[in-house]
Ligand binder design. Structure first.
Ligand SMILES: [Zn+2]
Length: 264
């Protein structure tokens, strides 16, 4: 498996030339998760060939406009495209009210179901639990409730050692070995040793999206050891940490972390 991140926008507060409000699409195990949906996200999605029909989860970090003012437009476009499948929306307290008011006054009713969950401020919560992936919130310190998101692949099974793979192994025995269990004879003697017949599992990967936050060393405990970190940074010039040239790859670029590659 791999984790791929396509950044559609990374600019804070106002638009800048060729830079857009925050939004990105994270792909894990052929599932697509949109993180934040600032104004202009639809256009960026079109430009970078993001298929809206593939997005079944949208996670919102907080309700400042540069992170969520594209959401209603995006949902309306999904409606126009004839969406029928469930959309899971996960965001801060107030997201439900914000959407409901806009829909009420525009007399809009969506033809697809939306399952909306609001995370709790200041604690880490398990937000998504899929067979191969979990997504947890990361508490942020901002002027309004705000969270980042930690994507973690679940640990992989051990791999069969093909040098020892023979027809004598049945599916149950293979499953036991890949789960790290020795296969035993009825009298308890070892038939196939897990150590002999399998290799260690492939590394599982993790990705942390950290949205607007004050400088906060508490954050380290949530994100320590992740394979990839996206962290927004807005400073006055006297506190500049990175030059524009260092950031240029954010512009609508896609970077993929694959098992055998350490480069982005
Ligand atoms: Zn903000």
């Amino acid at each position: 498996m791999s984790i791929s991140v396509k950044i559609l926008g990374s600019n804070a507060a106002s638009f800048a030339y060729n830079r857009h409000h925050t939004s990105q699409v994270v792909e894990v195990d052929h599932k697509h998760f949109m993180v934040d949906c600032g104004e202009g996200t639809q256009l960026q999605a079109k430009k970078y060939n993001v298929k809206l029909s593939k997005i079944n989860h949208i996670l919102i970090s907080h309700l400042h406009g540069d992170h969520c003012y594209g959401l209603l437009g995006l949902l309306s476009t999904m409606q126009l495209y004839g969406r029928k499948q469930v959309l899971t929306l996960i965001g801060p307290p107030g997201l439900s009210e914000m959407i409901t008011i806009q829909l009420k006054h525009s007399k809009t009713v969506f033809n697809f179901p939306i399952e909306l969950t609001e995370w709790k401020e200041g604690i880490q919560e398990l937000l998504v639990d899929l067979p191969k992936l979990t997504i947890k919130s990361i508490p942020m310190k901002h002027s309004i409730p705000c969270a980042g998101f930690l994507f973690e692949e679940k640990p992989n099974l051990r791999r069969l050692n093909k040098d020892y793979l023979t027809k004598t192994l049945n599916p149950l025995e293979i499953k036991q070995l890949k789960s790290g269990i020795d296969v035993l004879h009825e009298d308890g003697r070892t038939k196939y040793s897990n150590e002999e017949f399998t290799l260690p599992p492939r590394k599982h990967h993790s990705y942390a999206f950290c949205s607007d936050t004050k400088y906060d060393e508490e954050l380290i405990k949530w994100i320590k050891g992740v394979d990839l970190l996206y962290h927004e940074a807005t400073f006055m010039e006297e506190h500049e940490r990175a030059r524009a040239s260092d950031l240029s790859y954010h512009r609508g670029a896609s970077r993929t972390y694959r098992n055998r590659s350490k480069s982005w």
